[in-house]
Design a protein around this ligand. Sequence first.
Ligand SMILES: [Zn+2]
Length: 596
Amino acid sequence: MENFIVSARKYRPLSFKQVIGQQAITSTLQNAIKNNHLAQAFLFTGPRGVGKTTCARILAKTINCENITAEAEACDKCESCTSFNDNASFNIHELDAASNNSVDDIRALVERVRIPPQVGKYKVYIIDEVHMLSAAAFNAFLKTLEEPPAYAKFILATTEKHKIIPTILSRCQIFDFKRIQVEDIAAYLAYVAKNEKIEAGEDALHIIAQKADGALRDALSTFDQIVSFSGNELTYKNVIENLNILDYEYFFRVTDALLSGDIPELLLIFNEIIENGFDGQHFLTGLGEHLRSLLLLKDPQTIQLMHTGTGLKEKYKAQAARCEAAWLLHALETCNKYDLDYKTSNNKRLHVEICLMQISHIGENNTGTQAEKKQAAVISPAKQVQPTTQQPARTPEPLSQAEKSVSEEKPGYPETPEPVQAETEKPAARPVPRPATKPVTEGNGRKIKNISIKDSLEALKKNKEKGEQSAEPVRTNPFDQEKLEEAWNLFTASYQSRSPSFASAIAKYTPKLKEDFVVEYKVDNKIITQDTLNVTALLQFLKAELSNTEITLTPVFPEKNEPKKAYTDREKFDQMAKKYPEIVKLKEQLGLELQF
Ligand SMILES: [Zn+2]
Protein backbone atom coordinates (compact mmCIF):
# COMPACT_ATOMS: atom_id res chain seq x y z
CA MET A 1 0.00 0.00 0.00
CA GLU A 2 2.06 2.87 -1.24
CA ASN A 3 1.28 6.39 -0.14
CA PHE A 4 -1.76 5.59 1.96
CA ILE A 5 -4.37 8.29 1.97
CA VAL A 6 -6.97 8.14 4.69
CA SER A 7 -10.37 7.31 3.29
CA ALA A 8 -11.99 10.33 4.86
CA ARG A 9 -9.75 12.52 2.70
CA LYS A 10 -9.58 10.30 -0.35
CA TYR A 11 -13.34 9.96 -0.50
CA ARG A 12 -14.19 13.47 0.52
CA PRO A 13 -17.08 14.50 -1.74
CA LEU A 14 -16.17 16.96 -4.48
CA SER A 15 -19.67 17.89 -5.56
CA PHE A 16 -23.03 18.44 -3.87
CA LYS A 17 -24.44 15.22 -5.22
CA GLN A 18 -21.64 13.23 -3.61
CA VAL A 19 -22.50 14.52 -0.16
CA ILE A 20 -24.06 11.74 1.91
CA GLY A 21 -27.17 12.18 3.99
CA GLN A 22 -27.59 15.97 3.80
CA GLN A 23 -29.84 16.18 0.81
CA ALA A 24 -32.07 18.92 2.20
CA ILE A 25 -29.10 21.19 2.73
CA THR A 26 -27.32 20.57 -0.54
CA SER A 27 -30.46 21.12 -2.60
CA THR A 28 -31.24 24.36 -0.74
CA LEU A 29 -27.73 25.60 -1.44
CA GLN A 30 -27.93 24.56 -5.08
CA ASN A 31 -31.25 26.36 -5.49
CA ALA A 32 -29.78 29.48 -3.96
CA ILE A 33 -26.87 29.30 -6.41
CA LYS A 34 -29.21 28.76 -9.36
CA ASN A 35 -31.43 31.69 -8.40
CA ASN A 36 -28.52 33.85 -7.37
CA HIS A 37 -30.01 34.28 -3.91
CA LEU A 38 -26.97 33.41 -1.94
CA ALA A 39 -26.69 34.85 1.55
CA GLN A 40 -23.50 36.57 2.69
CA ALA A 41 -23.06 34.56 5.79
CA PHE A 42 -23.97 30.99 6.62
CA LEU A 43 -23.94 29.11 9.85
CA PHE A 44 -23.48 25.36 9.44
CA THR A 45 -24.34 23.58 12.67
CA GLY A 46 -24.52 19.92 13.54
CA PRO A 47 -22.52 17.07 15.07
CA ARG A 48 -18.94 16.43 14.08
CA GLY A 49 -18.07 14.54 10.96
CA VAL A 50 -21.37 14.99 9.14
CA GLY A 51 -20.12 17.14 6.26
CA LYS A 52 -20.19 20.77 7.39
CA THR A 53 -16.68 21.70 6.21
CA THR A 54 -17.08 19.54 3.12
CA CYS A 55 -20.25 21.39 2.13
CA ALA A 56 -18.56 24.72 2.83
CA ARG A 57 -15.72 23.80 0.49
CA ILE A 58 -18.02 22.58 -2.24
CA LEU A 59 -20.03 25.76 -1.92
CA ALA A 60 -16.88 27.87 -2.22
CA LYS A 61 -15.71 25.94 -5.26
CA THR A 62 -19.10 26.02 -6.98
CA ILE A 63 -19.74 29.73 -6.67
CA ASN A 64 -16.27 30.45 -8.06
CA CYS A 65 -16.61 28.03 -10.97
CA GLU A 66 -16.52 29.60 -14.41
CA ASN A 67 -18.94 27.11 -15.95
CA ILE A 68 -21.46 26.16 -13.31
CA THR A 69 -23.62 23.31 -14.61
CA ALA A 70 -27.38 23.51 -14.92
CA GLU A 71 -27.70 21.48 -11.70
CA ALA A 72 -25.61 24.10 -9.92
CA GLU A 73 -22.53 21.93 -9.62
CA ALA A 74 -18.93 22.97 -10.24
CA CYS A 75 -17.53 21.87 -13.60
CA ASP A 76 -14.32 20.50 -12.01
CA LYS A 77 -12.47 21.50 -15.21
CA CYS A 78 -12.00 25.24 -15.16
CA GLU A 79 -8.96 26.93 -13.66
CA SER A 80 -10.77 27.87 -10.48
CA CYS A 81 -12.12 24.37 -9.96
CA THR A 82 -8.76 22.69 -10.50
CA SER A 83 -7.06 25.06 -8.09
CA PHE A 84 -9.76 24.28 -5.54
CA ASN A 85 -9.35 20.55 -6.10
CA ASP A 86 -5.59 20.94 -5.69
CA ASN A 87 -6.07 22.92 -2.49
CA ALA A 88 -4.31 25.80 -4.21
CA SER A 89 -7.08 28.35 -4.53
CA PHE A 90 -6.55 31.81 -3.12
CA ASN A 91 -10.26 32.34 -2.85
CA ILE A 92 -10.82 30.10 0.11
CA HIS A 93 -9.57 30.82 3.59
CA GLU A 94 -10.07 28.38 6.42
CA LEU A 95 -9.61 29.37 10.00
CA ASP A 96 -9.85 26.88 12.80
CA ALA A 97 -11.23 28.90 15.65
CA ALA A 98 -10.36 26.13 18.09
CA SER A 99 -6.69 27.02 17.81
CA ASN A 100 -6.86 30.57 16.43
CA ASN A 101 -9.39 32.23 18.63
CA SER A 102 -7.71 35.46 19.70
CA VAL A 103 -8.62 38.99 18.65
CA ASP A 104 -5.39 39.17 16.64
CA ASP A 105 -6.30 36.11 14.60
CA ILE A 106 -9.64 37.66 13.70
CA ARG A 107 -8.06 41.02 12.92
CA ALA A 108 -5.67 39.34 10.50
CA LEU A 109 -8.63 37.68 8.83
CA VAL A 110 -10.58 40.92 8.63
CA GLU A 111 -7.55 42.57 6.99
CA ARG A 112 -7.57 39.95 4.27
CA VAL A 113 -11.29 40.38 3.67
CA ARG A 114 -10.58 43.90 2.41
CA ILE A 115 -8.55 42.67 -0.56
CA PRO A 116 -10.80 41.70 -3.48
CA PRO A 117 -10.19 38.41 -5.32
CA GLN A 118 -7.68 38.53 -8.15
CA VAL A 119 -9.20 35.59 -10.00
CA GLY A 120 -12.74 34.31 -9.58
CA LYS A 121 -15.77 36.04 -8.12
CA TYR A 122 -15.86 35.31 -4.43
CA LYS A 123 -13.60 35.02 -1.48
CA VAL A 124 -14.94 32.47 0.93
CA TYR A 125 -13.99 32.46 4.59
CA ILE A 126 -14.67 29.29 6.50
CA ILE A 127 -14.41 29.62 10.27
CA ASP A 128 -14.53 26.22 11.85
CA GLU A 129 -15.56 25.69 15.48
CA VAL A 130 -16.67 29.30 15.54
CA HIS A 131 -18.07 28.94 19.06
CA MET A 132 -14.47 28.81 20.31
CA LEU A 133 -13.80 32.44 19.45
CA SER A 134 -13.21 34.62 22.48
CA ALA A 135 -15.78 37.29 23.25
CA ALA A 136 -13.40 40.02 22.08
CA ALA A 137 -12.72 38.13 18.86
CA PHE A 138 -16.46 37.77 18.29
CA ASN A 139 -16.91 41.50 18.64
CA ALA A 140 -14.01 42.29 16.30
CA PHE A 141 -15.58 39.99 13.73
CA LEU A 142 -19.08 41.38 14.11
CA LYS A 143 -18.36 44.62 12.23
CA THR A 144 -17.12 42.75 9.18
CA LEU A 145 -20.09 40.44 9.30
CA GLU A 146 -22.46 43.41 9.42
CA GLU A 147 -21.15 45.09 6.28
CA PRO A 148 -19.11 42.64 4.24
CA PRO A 149 -17.88 43.49 0.78
CA ALA A 150 -20.01 41.94 -1.99
CA TYR A 151 -17.29 39.47 -2.95
CA ALA A 152 -16.94 38.04 0.57
CA LYS A 153 -18.87 35.05 1.80
CA PHE A 154 -18.62 33.71 5.34
CA ILE A 155 -19.33 30.18 6.34
CA LEU A 156 -19.26 29.65 10.06
CA ALA A 157 -19.30 26.07 11.26
CA THR A 158 -20.01 24.84 14.76
CA THR A 159 -20.99 21.78 16.69
CA GLU A 160 -22.48 23.93 19.42
CA LYS A 161 -25.00 26.37 18.08
CA HIS A 162 -26.19 27.40 21.54
CA LYS A 163 -22.81 29.00 22.22
CA ILE A 164 -23.12 31.42 19.31
CA ILE A 165 -24.24 34.89 20.37
CA PRO A 166 -27.58 36.04 18.96
CA THR A 167 -26.09 38.99 17.07
CA ILE A 168 -24.09 36.52 14.98
CA LEU A 169 -26.99 34.09 14.61
CA SER A 170 -29.27 36.84 13.31
CA ARG A 171 -26.81 37.70 10.54
CA CYS A 172 -26.43 34.20 9.20
CA GLN A 173 -28.51 31.82 7.19
CA ILE A 174 -28.57 28.75 9.41
CA PHE A 175 -28.27 25.18 8.16
CA ASP A 176 -28.74 22.32 10.59
CA PHE A 177 -26.76 19.27 9.54
CA LYS A 178 -28.20 15.98 10.69
CA ARG A 179 -26.52 12.83 11.86
CA ILE A 180 -26.12 10.57 8.89
CA GLN A 181 -28.33 7.49 8.86
CA VAL A 182 -26.68 4.17 9.66
CA GLU A 183 -27.91 2.75 6.34
CA ASP A 184 -26.39 5.63 4.39
CA ILE A 185 -23.05 5.29 6.14
CA ALA A 186 -23.02 1.52 5.65
CA ALA A 187 -23.84 1.91 1.97
CA TYR A 188 -21.05 4.45 1.57
CA LEU A 189 -18.58 2.20 3.36
CA ALA A 190 -19.58 -0.62 1.02
CA TYR A 191 -18.84 1.69 -1.91
CA VAL A 192 -15.43 2.59 -0.48
CA ALA A 193 -14.65 -1.06 0.24
CA LYS A 194 -15.54 -2.03 -3.31
CA ASN A 195 -13.31 0.69 -4.68
CA GLU A 196 -10.43 -0.36 -2.47
CA LYS A 197 -10.99 -4.02 -3.36
CA ILE A 198 -11.65 -4.91 0.24
CA GLU A 199 -14.01 -7.73 0.98
CA ALA A 200 -16.32 -6.44 3.66
CA GLY A 201 -19.22 -8.23 5.29
CA GLU A 202 -22.52 -6.39 5.53
CA ASP A 203 -22.73 -6.92 9.28
CA ALA A 204 -19.19 -5.64 9.72
CA LEU A 205 -19.98 -2.40 7.91
CA HIS A 206 -23.21 -1.96 9.81
CA ILE A 207 -21.41 -2.24 13.12
CA ILE A 208 -18.89 0.40 12.05
CA ALA A 209 -21.71 2.62 10.85
CA GLN A 210 -23.60 2.21 14.12
CA LYS A 211 -20.57 2.93 16.22
CA ALA A 212 -19.88 6.12 14.25
CA ASP A 213 -23.09 7.64 15.61
CA GLY A 214 -23.98 9.53 12.46
CA ALA A 215 -20.50 10.80 11.66
CA LEU A 216 -19.31 9.61 8.29
CA ARG A 217 -15.79 10.83 8.94
CA ASP A 218 -15.54 8.70 12.09
CA ALA A 219 -16.92 5.72 10.21
CA LEU A 220 -14.30 6.11 7.52
CA SER A 221 -11.43 6.38 9.97
CA THR A 222 -12.66 3.35 11.88
CA PHE A 223 -12.86 1.56 8.57
CA ASP A 224 -9.23 2.49 7.79
CA GLN A 225 -8.12 1.45 11.22
CA ILE A 226 -9.65 -2.00 10.97
CA VAL A 227 -8.48 -2.51 7.40
CA SER A 228 -4.92 -1.68 8.40
CA PHE A 229 -5.24 -4.28 11.15
CA SER A 230 -7.03 -7.05 9.34
CA GLY A 231 -5.99 -6.63 5.72
CA ASN A 232 -8.27 -6.90 2.74
CA GLU A 233 -10.96 -8.85 4.47
CA LEU A 234 -13.23 -7.07 6.83
CA THR A 235 -15.28 -9.45 8.90
CA TYR A 236 -17.75 -8.94 11.71
CA LYS A 237 -15.29 -10.61 14.05
CA ASN A 238 -12.44 -8.23 13.15
CA VAL A 239 -14.72 -5.31 13.77
CA ILE A 240 -16.02 -6.27 17.18
CA GLU A 241 -12.54 -7.20 18.35
CA ASN A 242 -11.17 -3.89 17.20
CA LEU A 243 -13.96 -1.75 18.51
CA ASN A 244 -14.29 -3.63 21.76
CA ILE A 245 -17.92 -4.36 21.05
CA LEU A 246 -19.77 -7.15 22.75
CA ASP A 247 -20.70 -9.75 20.20
CA TYR A 248 -24.44 -9.74 19.51
CA GLU A 249 -24.29 -13.52 19.69
CA TYR A 250 -24.04 -13.16 23.46
CA PHE A 251 -27.30 -11.27 23.55
CA PHE A 252 -29.07 -13.82 21.42
CA ARG A 253 -27.86 -16.54 23.78
CA VAL A 254 -28.75 -14.52 26.88
CA THR A 255 -32.23 -13.82 25.54
CA ASP A 256 -32.76 -17.50 24.79
CA ALA A 257 -31.72 -18.39 28.32
CA LEU A 258 -33.94 -15.66 29.74
CA LEU A 259 -36.89 -17.03 27.83
CA SER A 260 -36.34 -20.55 29.03
CA GLY A 261 -35.54 -19.39 32.56
CA ASP A 262 -32.19 -21.17 32.41
CA ILE A 263 -30.43 -19.39 35.27
CA PRO A 264 -27.23 -21.51 35.29
CA GLU A 265 -26.75 -20.81 31.59
CA LEU A 266 -27.28 -17.09 32.22
CA LEU A 267 -24.65 -17.00 34.92
CA LEU A 268 -22.21 -18.88 32.71
CA ILE A 269 -22.69 -16.57 29.74
CA PHE A 270 -22.28 -13.53 31.94
CA ASN A 271 -19.12 -15.03 33.41
CA GLU A 272 -17.75 -15.55 29.92
CA ILE A 273 -18.47 -11.92 29.09
CA ILE A 274 -16.66 -10.69 32.19
CA GLU A 275 -13.71 -12.93 31.44
CA ASN A 276 -13.51 -11.37 28.01
CA GLY A 277 -12.87 -8.06 29.69
CA PHE A 278 -16.25 -6.38 29.44
CA ASP A 279 -17.83 -4.76 32.43
CA GLY A 280 -21.34 -5.30 33.71
CA GLN A 281 -22.71 -1.98 32.66
CA HIS A 282 -21.47 -2.49 29.14
CA PHE A 283 -23.40 -5.72 29.15
CA LEU A 284 -26.58 -4.24 30.61
CA THR A 285 -26.58 -1.44 28.06
CA GLY A 286 -26.05 -3.93 25.27
CA LEU A 287 -28.80 -6.17 26.55
CA GLY A 288 -31.15 -3.19 26.69
CA GLU A 289 -30.36 -2.39 23.08
CA HIS A 290 -30.91 -5.98 22.08
CA LEU A 291 -34.31 -6.14 23.80
CA ARG A 292 -35.23 -2.83 22.22
CA SER A 293 -34.39 -4.22 18.79
CA LEU A 294 -36.63 -7.21 19.44
CA LEU A 295 -39.42 -4.91 20.55
CA LEU A 296 -39.05 -2.75 17.46
CA LEU A 297 -39.63 -5.79 15.30
CA LYS A 298 -42.94 -6.43 17.05
CA ASP A 299 -44.64 -3.60 15.26
CA PRO A 300 -44.49 -3.05 11.49
CA GLN A 301 -44.29 0.68 12.06
CA THR A 302 -41.16 0.54 14.22
CA ILE A 303 -39.21 -1.93 12.08
CA GLN A 304 -37.69 0.99 10.20
CA LEU A 305 -35.94 2.09 13.40
CA MET A 306 -33.85 -1.10 13.29
CA HIS A 307 -30.45 -0.42 11.81
CA THR A 308 -28.83 -3.73 11.06
CA GLY A 309 -27.84 -5.70 8.03
CA THR A 310 -30.54 -7.83 6.45
CA GLY A 311 -28.95 -11.09 7.55
CA LEU A 312 -28.87 -10.02 11.15
CA LYS A 313 -32.36 -8.59 10.94
CA GLU A 314 -33.70 -12.03 10.02
CA LYS A 315 -32.01 -13.42 13.10
CA TYR A 316 -33.59 -10.75 15.24
CA LYS A 317 -36.95 -11.44 13.65
CA ALA A 318 -36.72 -15.12 14.48
CA GLN A 319 -35.99 -14.36 18.13
CA ALA A 320 -38.58 -11.60 18.30
CA ALA A 321 -41.20 -14.08 17.14
CA ARG A 322 -40.53 -16.10 20.27
CA CYS A 323 -40.88 -13.15 22.66
CA GLU A 324 -44.10 -11.49 23.53
CA ALA A 325 -44.32 -7.72 23.44
CA ALA A 326 -45.41 -7.46 27.06
CA TRP A 327 -42.53 -9.64 28.18
CA LEU A 328 -40.08 -7.51 26.24
CA LEU A 329 -41.47 -4.37 27.82
CA HIS A 330 -41.05 -5.82 31.30
CA ALA A 331 -37.59 -7.12 30.50
CA LEU A 332 -36.53 -3.75 29.12
CA GLU A 333 -37.89 -1.98 32.14
CA THR A 334 -36.00 -4.29 34.48
CA CYS A 335 -32.82 -4.03 32.46
CA ASN A 336 -33.02 -0.25 32.42
CA LYS A 337 -33.64 -0.09 36.15
CA TYR A 338 -30.54 -2.16 36.86
CA ASP A 339 -28.54 -0.14 34.38
CA LEU A 340 -29.45 3.03 36.24
CA ASP A 341 -28.65 1.54 39.64
CA TYR A 342 -25.40 -0.03 38.48
CA LYS A 343 -23.12 2.75 39.67
CA THR A 344 -24.42 2.68 43.21
CA SER A 345 -24.28 -1.07 43.59
CA ASN A 346 -21.59 -2.49 45.85
CA ASN A 347 -21.41 -5.88 44.25
CA LYS A 348 -21.61 -5.12 40.56
CA ARG A 349 -21.40 -8.68 39.38
CA LEU A 350 -24.20 -9.81 41.66
CA HIS A 351 -26.19 -6.76 40.61
CA VAL A 352 -26.19 -7.89 36.99
CA GLU A 353 -26.86 -11.49 37.97
CA ILE A 354 -29.92 -10.49 39.96
CA CYS A 355 -31.11 -8.49 37.01
CA LEU A 356 -30.85 -11.55 34.78
CA MET A 357 -32.64 -13.72 37.31
CA GLN A 358 -35.43 -11.21 37.61
CA ILE A 359 -35.92 -11.02 33.90
CA SER A 360 -35.88 -14.79 33.61
CA HIS A 361 -38.58 -14.88 36.25
CA ILE A 362 -40.74 -12.70 34.03
CA GLY A 363 -40.08 -15.26 31.36
CA GLU A 364 -41.40 -18.18 33.37
CA ASN A 365 -44.90 -17.74 32.20
CA ASN A 366 -43.91 -16.72 28.73
CA THR A 367 -42.54 -20.10 27.93
CA GLY A 368 -44.99 -21.96 30.10
CA THR A 369 -47.27 -24.63 28.84
CA GLN A 370 -50.42 -23.83 26.98
CA ALA A 371 -52.44 -24.87 29.99
CA GLU A 372 -50.63 -22.39 32.19
CA LYS A 373 -51.13 -19.68 29.65
CA LYS A 374 -54.81 -20.40 29.45
CA GLN A 375 -55.08 -20.29 33.17
CA ALA A 376 -53.29 -16.98 33.22
CA ALA A 377 -55.69 -15.68 30.65
CA VAL A 378 -58.62 -16.82 32.75
CA ILE A 379 -57.27 -15.12 35.84
CA SER A 380 -56.74 -11.77 34.28
CA PRO A 381 -60.31 -10.62 33.56
CA ALA A 382 -61.29 -11.20 37.16
CA LYS A 383 -58.60 -8.75 38.13
CA GLN A 384 -60.87 -5.92 37.20
CA VAL A 385 -63.22 -6.74 40.04
CA GLN A 386 -62.12 -4.83 43.07
CA PRO A 387 -61.93 -6.92 46.19
CA THR A 388 -64.47 -5.72 48.70
CA THR A 389 -63.15 -7.53 51.72
CA GLN A 390 -61.49 -5.62 54.48
CA GLN A 391 -58.76 -8.17 54.82
CA PRO A 392 -55.38 -6.80 55.68
CA ALA A 393 -53.19 -6.40 52.65
CA ARG A 394 -50.33 -8.76 52.28
CA THR A 395 -46.93 -7.26 52.61
CA PRO A 396 -45.41 -6.53 49.22
CA GLU A 397 -42.14 -8.12 50.21
CA PRO A 398 -40.67 -10.57 47.74
CA LEU A 399 -41.78 -14.11 48.35
CA SER A 400 -39.49 -16.55 49.96
CA GLN A 401 -38.67 -19.57 47.87
CA ALA A 402 -40.83 -21.79 50.01
CA GLU A 403 -43.78 -19.49 49.88
CA LYS A 404 -43.42 -19.11 46.16
CA SER A 405 -43.51 -22.78 45.47
CA VAL A 406 -46.48 -23.22 47.75
CA SER A 407 -48.53 -20.66 46.01
CA GLU A 408 -47.46 -21.71 42.59
CA GLU A 409 -48.01 -25.38 42.93
CA LYS A 410 -51.10 -25.05 44.97
CA PRO A 411 -53.10 -22.05 43.94
CA GLY A 412 -55.82 -21.68 46.50
CA TYR A 413 -58.63 -22.84 44.30
CA PRO A 414 -59.50 -26.08 42.62
CA GLU A 415 -58.63 -26.50 39.02
CA THR A 416 -62.13 -26.73 37.76
CA PRO A 417 -63.01 -27.15 34.13
CA GLU A 418 -63.67 -23.81 32.56
CA PRO A 419 -65.27 -24.09 29.14
CA VAL A 420 -61.97 -23.26 27.50
CA GLN A 421 -60.12 -26.06 29.20
CA ALA A 422 -61.58 -28.82 27.14
CA GLU A 423 -58.75 -31.22 27.86
CA THR A 424 -59.79 -31.71 31.49
CA GLU A 425 -61.56 -35.02 31.62
CA LYS A 426 -62.74 -35.76 35.10
CA PRO A 427 -65.69 -33.70 36.22
CA ALA A 428 -64.87 -31.57 39.21
CA ALA A 429 -66.95 -31.82 42.30
CA ARG A 430 -67.97 -28.24 42.60
CA PRO A 431 -67.00 -25.20 40.65
CA VAL A 432 -65.31 -22.68 42.84
CA PRO A 433 -64.89 -19.28 41.29
CA ARG A 434 -61.49 -17.85 40.61
CA PRO A 435 -60.11 -15.38 43.09
CA ALA A 436 -60.85 -11.81 42.25
CA THR A 437 -57.72 -10.29 43.59
CA LYS A 438 -54.38 -10.55 41.96
CA PRO A 439 -52.62 -13.58 43.42
CA VAL A 440 -49.34 -12.59 44.97
CA THR A 441 -47.35 -14.70 42.61
CA GLU A 442 -49.06 -13.21 39.64
CA GLY A 443 -45.94 -11.37 38.84
CA ASN A 444 -45.13 -9.00 36.12
CA GLY A 445 -45.61 -11.30 33.24
CA ARG A 446 -48.73 -13.25 34.01
CA LYS A 447 -51.19 -11.66 31.67
CA ILE A 448 -49.13 -11.84 28.60
CA LYS A 449 -50.75 -11.98 25.22
CA ASN A 450 -49.08 -11.78 21.90
CA ILE A 451 -49.68 -8.21 20.94
CA SER A 452 -47.95 -5.36 19.25
CA ILE A 453 -47.07 -2.22 21.20
CA LYS A 454 -49.77 -0.29 19.43
CA ASP A 455 -52.39 -2.93 20.13
CA SER A 456 -51.55 -2.96 23.81
CA LEU A 457 -51.78 0.79 24.07
CA GLU A 458 -55.10 0.79 22.29
CA ALA A 459 -56.42 -1.97 24.47
CA LEU A 460 -55.38 -0.03 27.55
CA LYS A 461 -57.14 3.04 26.24
CA LYS A 462 -60.30 1.11 25.51
CA ASN A 463 -60.31 -0.47 28.93
CA LYS A 464 -59.95 2.92 30.50
CA GLU A 465 -62.80 4.32 28.45
CA LYS A 466 -65.05 1.44 29.31
CA GLY A 467 -64.28 1.84 32.98
CA GLU A 468 -66.85 0.21 35.18
CA GLN A 469 -68.88 -1.10 32.28
CA SER A 470 -66.42 -3.92 31.80
CA ALA A 471 -66.53 -4.88 35.48
CA GLU A 472 -68.75 -7.64 36.73
CA PRO A 473 -72.41 -6.60 36.81
CA VAL A 474 -73.65 -5.84 40.30
CA ARG A 475 -76.00 -8.43 41.75
CA THR A 476 -77.71 -8.05 45.10
CA ASN A 477 -79.75 -11.17 45.50
CA PRO A 478 -81.01 -11.24 49.11
CA PHE A 479 -80.17 -14.28 51.19
CA ASP A 480 -80.57 -15.33 54.80
CA GLN A 481 -78.41 -16.87 57.51
CA GLU A 482 -79.51 -20.35 56.53
CA LYS A 483 -78.50 -19.90 52.89
CA LEU A 484 -75.22 -18.47 54.04
CA GLU A 485 -74.48 -21.47 56.21
CA GLU A 486 -75.37 -23.81 53.37
CA ALA A 487 -72.98 -22.05 51.03
CA TRP A 488 -70.34 -21.94 53.74
CA ASN A 489 -70.54 -25.67 54.30
CA LEU A 490 -70.42 -26.36 50.59
CA PHE A 491 -67.26 -24.35 50.33
CA THR A 492 -65.51 -25.94 53.30
CA ALA A 493 -66.38 -29.40 52.01
CA SER A 494 -65.12 -28.81 48.48
CA TYR A 495 -62.10 -26.86 49.68
CA GLN A 496 -60.91 -29.63 51.94
CA SER A 497 -58.95 -31.14 49.08
CA ARG A 498 -57.39 -27.83 48.18
CA SER A 499 -56.27 -26.36 51.47
CA PRO A 500 -57.33 -28.55 54.39
CA SER A 501 -56.00 -26.16 56.98
CA PHE A 502 -57.93 -23.22 55.62
CA ALA A 503 -61.10 -25.22 55.14
CA SER A 504 -60.92 -26.56 58.70
CA ALA A 505 -60.11 -23.20 60.17
CA ILE A 506 -63.16 -21.53 58.74
CA ALA A 507 -65.38 -24.54 59.31
CA LYS A 508 -64.72 -24.36 63.03
CA TYR A 509 -67.11 -21.46 63.63
CA THR A 510 -70.42 -20.55 62.06
CA PRO A 511 -70.41 -17.36 60.02
CA LYS A 512 -72.88 -14.63 60.88
CA LEU A 513 -74.83 -12.59 58.37
CA LYS A 514 -74.80 -8.90 59.28
CA GLU A 515 -76.39 -5.92 57.58
CA ASP A 516 -75.44 -4.89 54.04
CA PHE A 517 -74.35 -8.42 53.18
CA VAL A 518 -71.43 -8.30 55.58
CA VAL A 519 -70.44 -11.80 56.55
CA GLU A 520 -68.70 -11.97 59.89
CA TYR A 521 -66.62 -15.06 60.37
CA LYS A 522 -64.54 -16.17 63.28
CA VAL A 523 -61.09 -17.68 63.09
CA ASP A 524 -58.59 -18.52 65.78
CA ASN A 525 -55.77 -16.47 64.44
CA LYS A 526 -55.01 -13.64 62.11
CA ILE A 527 -52.73 -15.66 59.87
CA ILE A 528 -55.72 -17.33 58.34
CA THR A 529 -57.31 -14.04 57.39
CA GLN A 530 -54.07 -12.94 55.80
CA ASP A 531 -54.15 -15.86 53.43
CA THR A 532 -55.35 -13.62 50.62
CA LEU A 533 -55.54 -16.31 48.02
CA ASN A 534 -57.80 -18.58 50.04
CA VAL A 535 -59.89 -15.81 51.55
CA THR A 536 -60.53 -14.45 48.10
CA ALA A 537 -61.49 -17.85 46.81
CA LEU A 538 -64.00 -18.09 49.66
CA LEU A 539 -65.44 -14.67 48.92
CA GLN A 540 -65.78 -15.36 45.23
CA PHE A 541 -67.48 -18.64 45.97
CA LEU A 542 -70.01 -16.99 48.25
CA LYS A 543 -70.71 -14.27 45.71
CA ALA A 544 -71.35 -16.79 42.98
CA GLU A 545 -73.27 -19.26 45.11
CA LEU A 546 -75.52 -16.62 46.66
CA SER A 547 -75.74 -14.50 43.47
CA ASN A 548 -74.66 -11.42 45.34
CA THR A 549 -71.62 -9.37 44.39
CA GLU A 550 -71.91 -7.03 47.37
CA ILE A 551 -70.89 -9.58 49.98
CA THR A 552 -67.92 -8.61 52.11
CA LEU A 553 -66.07 -10.70 54.65
CA THR A 554 -65.13 -9.40 58.07
CA PRO A 555 -63.02 -11.59 60.30
CA VAL A 556 -63.43 -11.58 64.08
CA PHE A 557 -61.13 -13.19 66.58
CA PRO A 558 -61.94 -14.84 69.90
CA GLU A 559 -61.57 -12.49 72.86
CA LYS A 560 -58.11 -12.60 74.38
CA ASN A 561 -59.38 -13.48 77.84
CA GLU A 562 -62.05 -15.75 76.50
CA PRO A 563 -61.38 -19.04 78.20
CA LYS A 564 -59.92 -21.54 75.81
CA LYS A 565 -61.61 -24.80 75.24
CA ALA A 566 -59.86 -27.97 76.12
CA TYR A 567 -56.50 -28.28 74.48
CA THR A 568 -56.98 -30.54 71.54
CA ASP A 569 -54.18 -31.43 69.18
CA ARG A 570 -55.77 -29.16 66.65
CA GLU A 571 -55.63 -26.25 69.03
CA LYS A 572 -52.11 -27.05 70.01
CA PHE A 573 -51.16 -26.93 66.38
CA ASP A 574 -53.02 -23.66 65.89
CA GLN A 575 -51.25 -22.16 68.87
CA MET A 576 -47.94 -23.21 67.49
CA ALA A 577 -48.92 -21.85 64.10
CA LYS A 578 -49.78 -18.58 65.72
CA LYS A 579 -46.41 -18.41 67.35
CA TYR A 580 -44.47 -19.77 64.40
CA PRO A 581 -46.37 -18.93 61.21
CA GLU A 582 -43.77 -20.79 59.15
CA ILE A 583 -45.23 -24.07 60.38
CA VAL A 584 -48.32 -23.59 58.25
CA LYS A 585 -46.19 -22.87 55.22
CA LEU A 586 -44.00 -25.87 55.90
CA LYS A 587 -47.02 -28.08 56.26
CA GLU A 588 -48.46 -26.77 53.00
CA GLN A 589 -45.22 -27.15 51.21
CA LEU A 590 -44.68 -30.70 52.29
CA GLY A 591 -48.32 -31.48 51.60
CA LEU A 592 -48.78 -32.83 55.13
CA GLU A 593 -52.20 -33.89 56.32
CA LEU A 594 -52.89 -33.35 59.99
CA GLN A 595 -54.82 -36.04 61.82
CA PHE A 596 -56.68 -34.62 64.75
ZN1 LIG B 1 -15.38 25.03 -12.76
